[in-house]
Every structure is written in C-alpha cells, then in structure tokens.
Design a protein around this ligand. Structure first.
Ligand code: MG
Length: 201
C-alpha cells in the first residue's frame, strides 16, 4: 500500500495498492491501469470523502529512500505507449506494516520522452507558501529539491537515462488489491511535518 498521509490530521488519504518491482536503494512500485485505488471526492456543498476509483494509466513509481520526490513513468493504451515521466515533490517515504507512507507537496514537473520539461501546479504550490500553509523554509526546501531534479533532467542523468521507459511488467501479474487495513493501519508520520505545515495538528 502506498498512502498519502493528510497534512492536517495525519491519517490515510489517497491510497494505491501496488506491485513491488524492486526494493533496495530504489523502491519501484507498479500500479497498472484498472487498479482500484482510493481518491478524494467532494460533491458540491459537502465535505470531501475517500471513494474507490479506477486508476487510468499504467504507472511505475520510482521512489528514493530519504529523498523528497519520486519519479513516475506513465504508459497509455493497449500498446503501452510511453507518454511521460512525472516528478512528484513529496515527503520522503516511511515504511509501515502494509507498505509506505508519504504525502504530496503540490509542485510537480512533467517530463516528455525527449526530456523537455515543464512545471505543473507551480501556482498552487506558491499559493500554499504565500498563505502560510507551508512555512517559508519548507517552501524553499521544496524549490531546492525541484531544482536538483531539473538539473538531473537537463544533464540526462539517472533515473531519466536508465531505460525505465521501456520497462514492462512480467506476464501474468494481476492488478494489486487494496489491503483491508489500508485505512486502519497507523500512519508513520513525517518527522518534519510540524516544521513544514503550519496547520498540522
Ligand atoms: Mg504532486
């Protein structure tokens, strides 16, 4: 189970089941399209809640111990056409009894197959810093992490030169399923959350 732990309350939010492709100096998780995951849904006038949703794209998620980002590989369609890398700024992951916990830091980088790139949700991220939801020091740490990854993209360094775009799952892998304790297993909180998030409880 890969879980996003909510900023305010420190409980399980968006959650994906995944197959473990590799787990050493790199944690590589595969979420095939058709996988049932938990996602936020907010009907007009109501508070948001978690609902089951079908994941739409083949995703391989490369996670690096101690680092505040992951790199996702996306494929689309029956022919599994590689469409992009996606750099997600996030909490360094922690191990749990059922998988790993992290949480999203709003800012992303979309990387095309030719390694041209663009920011995604930069406005949303800067708004969180401007409103004080993210502390100024944390905001700068996220920008610094993102700039290090941009340097890796532009220099065509790992993992962008490592052939992950041609990776394919072994034959016969069934879609992973949500663990029955995906919500109840206690979260392992990021030790810097009260430094980073002004509204963390
Ligand atoms: Mg993100």
């Amino acid at each position: 189970m890969l879980r996003y732990i909510t900023r305010l309350d420190g409980v399980a939010g968006m959650t994906w089941p995944a197959r473990v492709v590799r787990d050493d100096d790199l944690l590589a998780l595969y979420v095939p399209r058709g996988t049932t995951q938990m996602a936020w849904h907010q009907p007009p006038g109501e508070s948001r809640r978690l609902v089951e949703r079908e994941w739409r794209r083949d995703m391989l998620r490369l996670m690096f111990p101690g680092q505040a980002h992951s790199v996702w590989c996306f494929w689309e369609g029956e022919e599994r056409r590689f469409t992009s890398y996606y750099v997600n700024l996030e909490e360094p992951f922690r191990r749990t009894a059922i998988g790993v916990d992290t949480n999203d830091h709003a800012l992303d980088i979309v990387v095309n197959p030719d390694l041209s790139w663009s920011w995604k949700d930069l406005d949303e991220f800067e708004g969180l810093v401007a409103r004080g939801t993210y502390s100024p020091e944390f905001g700068q740490a996220v920008r610094d992490e993102a700039e290090r990854v941009v340097a890796d993209i532009e220099a065509r360094r790992e993992p962008f030169n490592a052939g992950w775009d041609t990776w394919a799952p072994p034959a016969g892998w069934e879609p992973p399923r949500l663990h029955p304790r995906w919500r109840d297993e206690p979260a392992v909180l990021w030790e810097r959350r009260t430094w980073a998030y002004r509204d963390a409880r």
